[in-house]
Design a protein around this ligand. Structure first.
Ligand code: NAD
Ligand code: UDP
Length: 317
């Protein structure tokens, strides 16, 4: 009999779900990955083929989930995550945040498992507090185009706290700030793959607005380490995980040009509606409760990510 713990990861074929899976397998978990491949790709998990401790189930988590046997941890990561994905798939986004969260909470309750939901800095909307602490309630336009994502995640957090308070379920909520790294989709529209892809292919870098809006980018290995620590602790309120190193989008474009050595131009485009003007995590709580802080410097993370996309483009030329 195996005494390994079993984790269910939804969104398993996506960027973060696949990295989380690798992290758990390396720590001797069995992992059941679930994904309907809406925005993910089996390419992200094909290296796991034949791994005895890994099972993939193609399933839409907005439908009832049945898993035989014991489950110790449920990580609910399924959801379109990039602005163009959730603008193109508004109903799926609302459903996976609401029905999908309900089903995965139900699975955790049935199995007596710990539950962790991937929430987001988008819960703070276009923030009026800067940097953002977990105590800030946010400035979200519920009926704007981004509302389908923001409100689905806010509902998912509310339902998670409901299961914690009413059913006494062991739940955790991570508010993830912009994270980047290998396995992002080149065409998902997020600024990191967009600018790196454009720089590598000699196309103009499409800066939206005047580029003065800020973001703070966290490398994926740092994020996954923080999330795992959160899953092992006994803190139940939301926790920010992200890298506080803040920069403007224009500065980010210039750094990408320097690092790739690209001669691409910078082209200005209209700023999408409700695009947050600033974003930076306050990670005091993560430092205190998890003993966590990011370790990977921006330059190192970007160099790894550029190498991944170079290789990807060469293989798919
Ligand atoms: P991703 O698009 O790469 O992965 C999401 C995965 O969920 C995809 O593989 C997709 O096919 C799957 N999925 C979507 N709907 C589903 C459904 N109904 N049933 C089963 N699978 C479904 O995105 P990501 O960047 O890996 O994001 C993962 C999670 O982290 C999301 O919940 C996202 O909201 C959250 N998050 C990510 C970031 C970030 O910077 N990457 C920031 C904040 C929050
Ligand atoms: N952005 C940009 N050009 C692009 C894609 C994004 O200037 O081709 C900007 C976008 O307007 C936002 C920031 O980069 O201000 C981060 O966008 P992303 O889609 O990565 O995620 P967000 O943080 O907005 O959810």
């Amino acid at each position: 009999m195996s005494h390994k713990k079993t984790a269910v990861v939804t969104g398993a074929a996506g960027f973060l779900g696949s990295h989380l899976t690798d992290y758990l397998l390396a720590r001797d978990y069995k992992v059941i990955g679930m994904d309907n491949l809406l925005t993910g790709n089996v390419r992200n998990i094909e290296h796991l083929a034949g791994n005895q401790d890994y099972e993939f189930i193609k399933h839409d988590v907005t439908k009832f989930i049945y898993i035989p046997g014991a489950v110790d941890l449920v990580f609910h990561f399924a959801s379109p995550a990039s602005p163009i994905d959730y603008l193109e798939k508004p109903i799926q986004t609302l459903k996976v945040g609401s029905l999908g969260t309900h089903n995965t909470l139900g699975l955790a309750k049935e199995k007596g498992a710990t539950f962790l939901i991937a929430s987001t800095s988008e819960c703070y909307g276009d923030p009026l507090e800067h940097p953002q602490k977990e105590t800030y309630w946010g400035n979200v336009n519920p009926v704007g185009p981004r509302g389908v994502y923001d409100e689905a995640k806010r509902f998912a957090e509310a339902m998670t706290m409901g299961y914690h308070r009413f059913h006494k379920l062991d739940t955790k909520i991570v508010r993830i700030f912009n994270t980047y790294g290998p396995r992002m989709r080149l065409d998902d529209g997020r600024v990191v793959p967009a600018f790196i892809g454009q720089a590598l292919q000699g196309r103009p870098l499409t800066v939206q607005g005047d580029g003065s809006q800020t973001r703070s980018f966290c490398y994926v290995s740092d994020l996954i380490d923080g999330i795992y620590r959160l899953s092992q602790g006994d803190y139940h309120e939301p926790v920010n995980i992200g890298n506080p190193r803040e920069m403007t989008v224009l500065e980010f474009a210039q750094r990408i040009l320097e690092i790739t050595g690209s001669e691409s131009e910078i082209e200005f485009r209209p700023l999408p509606e409700d695009d947050p003007k600033v974003r930076q995590p306050d990670i005091t709580l993560a430092r205190k409760t998890l003993g966590w802080e990011p370790k990977v410097p921006f330059e190192e993370g970007i160099v790894n990510t550029v190498a991944y996309f170079k290789n990807f483009l060469a293989l798919n030329a």
